[in-house]
Design a protein. Sequence first.
Length: 508
Amino acid sequence: MQAPPKWSLRPNHSWWKDDLMRVKDLIPSYLKDSRFREFYTKWTESEPGKSIQLIGLKGSLTSVIAACTYQKSKKSIIIVRSNKEEAAYFYNDLQKLLTTEDVYFFPDSYKRPYSDQEQVNNINISLRTETLERLLISEKPCLVITYPEALAEKVITRQLLKSKTLNINVKDHIDLDFLNESLFELGFERVDFVELPGQFSVRGGIVDVFSFSQQNPSRIEFIGNEIESLRSFSIDDQLSIDNLVGITLVSNIEDKYQKGIRQSLISYSKNIASLWIQDPSITEDKIEACFEHSKKIYQNLNSTIKRVEPSSLYLSRKEIKTEFETNISITEYGSFDSKEKSWGTLPRTSFGKNFNLLFETLQEQEHKGSEIWLMCGQAQQKKRLESIISDHSDKPLKINWLDDALHSGFEDPYGGKIAFTDHEIFEKHQRFRLRDGLGKAQAITLKELNSLQIGDYVTHIDHGIGKFGGLQKIDVQGKEQEAIKVIYKDSDLLYVSIHSLHKISKFN
């Protein structure tokens, strides 16, 4: 007698099926939407200096529509979010909806303008370099996610970028001493073991080098003067990751001591089809604030080293306004008042762990004929939701289970869709992930916080490295809250709520 198939041992509910849908399946669903088709027609017809509006998008639906536009057009788009944290969440959403090769994060390079070289954020410079290198390749479009403070920094020209690169391929004949001198000329630092972009090491016939344009360092093995092999490797365990045919070594493109013509990210590539921005005027204000702040610091410099003036490094309001008006078409998105037709989406419902309300909402939406999408970032959370729904009713609900979770759910009455995320239902914080390590892996824990001593160094995602000043109770809108005190240069103080631990990591 044959054993019954495994699935027959489970209750006959739609939420038990093994075949999860993918988050990417939201894209074809909205590509067919009449609102998207109407918007896309306007978007393709928009011209430099002109703007169109995308109104009434809530939650992560903005990410979905951006992914739809990119997938259909296959053109490069710059998307500007309000701040670094919002940009990081948007970036993670698009990585899940598309591929990691399609989406690039463009951060600011310096924690503070005209700071010492030791305070340069090499990982951020690496991310900026990768973006510029990708934009040089016109046949490979991409989505660039950024924020005003990063957009405010000018970038080197395409010609200068080419002059700061060195191409190396397997079977090339290169004198080891020549390579060593070339790396010095490009500004690479020789160390015993590479850990950060901009470093290289030489051990016999092996050269390890960490280019600013690569996610991992590369190992170059020589036999005589011939390159025998190239491969990327892990810093942590030194094990090989991939064999490579060739590599492009790019030095520090954000050297603020180096004079030369710089330009905006917007004008850098002719392949950029559009700039998506929430509010141009607010973005202009933030860019002008960066420019004025850099001018103030520059005027107070006592260094004997001649620095490049702020006008060469940062965009002013006048310059960015000119870019908006002449060089690129703009898509304004958000929840502002407009005569344009709104998508009419609503913020996701907050259940407050009221699972009776959750089930009633799901039943109500199914009765309306809505498509229900439940996004689960963890298998354990999916099982928990399955159990909760199963306990409330024996009648199956038609639910589309998705294999990952975007940052935020949404309700789309006009489109007949509703999307919830597991972390919002269970009121769990979803941390974003960036290569700078301020994600789950290095965010400080309560245990680590308790072990910190006054004066220990910590890193804040927005404000950089400071000294831990202990815990202190502060008044926030009439309520007493515990906060982390961080001390910066010139006795500048920053208070970080205990609820925002994800923004702080131990200095490494």
